[in-house]
Design a protein. Sequence first.
Length: 118
Amino acid sequence: QVQLVESGGRLVQAGGSLRLSCAASGGTVSSHSMNWVRQAPGKEREFVASISRDFGITTYADSVKGRFTISRDSAKNTLYLQMNTLKREDTATYYCNALNSRSGETYWGRGTQVIVSS
């Protein structure tokens, strides 16, 4: 079973940058499809970005395209989300998850909170 721990969330001013981390154990970030998902207060969870297990193909929600970058470091077994030009609407709890495409199991972290102030 994969355990995921997110970190890096904090209060930041609009226009600023943050890098979120998702440390994995019990499995590797390179053997799973990895995703960032966020949930704003009073809203449903929404997809932010993904990186595929094979070839590391990245996909982004339109709302973050050009501002956020997802990446993984196999040596550190960690997933990252670089967030630039942050907007107030990026305020949310950010979760990483790992999808095992063979078993269909999805593992979730507990989230890290990002608050963007104007």
